[in-house]
Design a protein around this ligand. Structure first.
Ligand code: CA
Length: 381
C-alpha cells in the first residue's frame, strides 16, 4: 500500500450563541480534517484538536508544507517509522503544540487506513479492547451572556442527567470566590448522586488553586482539571500533597517526551492526553505504556468532531484499567455537550449514548463513515 495523496480540510462556522471559558469567548467552532488516500482505494481520516481559540489553519499549513512531503509514496503500514520521521524533521521548531497537533491528525488517518484495509476496527490492530462501551461524562457548562450562575448550571446539569449522564464537568476559572460559590451551589442544587468534576483551564496559580481546593473538599469533587499552568509541573506536585481531590491534566501536553516528566514525577492523579493533539494512536499508545508502568490512570481529553470522537473511542477501548481488577477503575469518555454545529453531522452512524453508555464503534478503521457533503458545507476556502 502506498500513500498517493494527503488532503486537508479546514472546517469552521460561527456559533449562534457564543460561550466563554476561563481563557476567553468562543465565537466559532472549527476543525482540521486530514484525508490520506492510498493506491489501493483505501482512504483514512484523522482530525487535529481545535481548541476554542485555535485557528484550524495552523494545523493545515503544517500538514501541507511540512508533513505531506514526508508521506507521499510511503506505506501506511510503516506508521511508527513515519511518526518518528515526522517528529524528527519538525523537531527544531515543533516539539510541542501546533506540530504534534498536526501530526496527530495524520497518524489517526494512517491507522484508519490500516483498519479499513484490514476490515477491522483500530482497537483490534492495537491489541484489543478492554471494554466494548464506556461511561461518558458531560462536558459543558460554558458561560453564556445574560445567564445567572449557579442557577442556570443546575438546570443544565438536570438536562444532562435526563439524557442519562451520571457524571459531568463544570467549567470554572472565573475567580476564586466566584468558583467556590459556583461549585458549592451546583453540588447543592443537583444533590449527592452525580459524579462532578471541575476544570479551570489553567486560570490559577498554586496559591489561588489551593484556596479553591480547600473550600470545595466538602463537595465530593472527583477531580480538579488544569487548576494551574501546564508548564508548572512542580506546582502540580505541590498541590497534589494538599488535597484529597484528584488532580488531572494533559490536554496541553504532547508526545511521550512531554508526558515523561508528568508521569515519572507523578505530577497528577489522572493523565489526560488528547489523541488528536498529543500525537495520535502511535504516540498515545506509548504514553499509555509509560502511564501503565507508573500505575497512573489515563482518561483522555476529547473535544472533537465526530471523527476525533470516534477515534478517541477506539483509543479508550485500548486503555488498560489502572490496575486491572474484578471491579476496575475504568476510564470515562469526555463527551462534549457544548454547541457544535457539525460535530455529529460529519459522520454517518452517529455516536450516541444508550442507557448511560457509549459503545465503541466496531466497524473498520475509526469505525464511522464520513459525510463528505458536510465537509463541503463547512469548508473554509
Ligand atoms: Ca479541559
Amino acid at each position: 500500500m502506498k500513500i498517493v495523496d494527503v488532503k486537508t480540510h479546514v472546517l469552521s462556522t460561527p456559533l449562534d450563541e457564543p460561550f466563554s471559558f476561563s481563557m476567553g469567548w468562543v465565537t466559532r467552532r472549527g476543525t482540521m480534517i486530514v484525508e490520506v488516500i492510498t493506491d489501493e482505494g483505501v482512504t483514512g481520516w484523522g482530525e487535529s484538536l481545535c481548541h476554542g481559540l485555535q485557528p484550524p489553519q495552523i494545523a493545515q499549513t503544517i500538514v501541507e508544507s511540512a508533513l505531506k512531503p514526508i508521506l507521499i509514496g510511503e506505506d501506511p503500514q510503516d506508521v511508527d517509522v513515519l511518526w518518528e520521521r515526522m517528529y524528527n524533521l519538525t523537531r527544531p521548531y515543533g516539539q510541542k503544540g501546533a506540530v504534534p497537533n498536526a501530526i496527530s491528525a495524520v497518524d489517526i488517518a494512517l491507522w484508519d487506513c490500516l483498519g479499513r484495509a484490514a476490515g477491522k476496527p483500530v482497537h483490534k490492530l492495537l491489541g484489543g479492547a478492554y471494554r466494548t462501551s464506556v461511561q461518558p461524562y458531560a462536558t459543558g457548562f460554558y458561560r453564556v451572556e445574560g445567564r445567572s450562575y449557579p442557577a442556570d448550571a443546575v438546570e443544565e446539569a438536570k438536562r444532562h442527567m435526563a439524557k442519562g449522564f451520571t457524571a459531568m464537568k463544570l467549567k470554572t476559572g472565573f475567580g476564586v470566590e466566584d468558583d467556590i460559590r459556583y461549585i458549592l451551589g451546583v453540588r447543592d442544587g443537583i444533590g449527592d448522586g452525580p459524579k462532578l468534576m471541575v476544570d479551570a483551564n489553567h486560570a490559577y496559580n498554586v496559591g489561588s488553586a489551593r484556596r479553591i481546593l480547600k473550600a470545595i473538599e466538602c463537595a465530593d469533587i472527583h477531580w480538579f482539571e488544569e487548576p494551574i499552568s501546564p508548564e508548572d509541573v512542580d506546582g502540580y506536585r505541590e498541590l497534589k500533597t494538599l488535597t484529597s481531590i484528584y488532580l488531572a491534566a494533559g490536554e496541553n501536553e504532547f508526545t511521550k517526551i512531554g508526558f515523561r516528566e508528568w508521569i515519572s514525577r507523578r505530577a497528577v492523579d489522572i493523565l489526560q492526553p488528547d489523541l488528536c493533539s498529543a500525537g495520535g494512536f502511535t504516540e498515545c499508545r506509548k504514553i499509555n505504556a509509560l502511564a501503565q508502568a507508573w500505575h497512573m490512570p489515563v482518561v483522555p481529553h476529547v473535544w472533537a468532531s465526530g471523527i476525533g470522537l470516534a477515534a478517541s473511542l477506539q483509543f479508550l477501548a485500548t486503555i488498560p484499567p489502572a490496575p486491572l481488577a474484578l471491579k476496575p477503575i475504568e476510564p470515562m469518555l469526555e463527551y462534549d455537550q457544548s454547541s457544535h454545529p457539525f460535530r455529529q453531522d460529519l459522520i454517518f452512524g452517529a455516536i450516541t449514548m444508550r442507557e448511560g453508555r457509549v459503545d465503541i464503534p466496531q466497524a473498520p478503521g475509526i469505525g464511522v463513515e464520513i459525510n463528505r457533503e458536510v465537509i463541503e458545507r463547512y469548508t473554509v476556502r
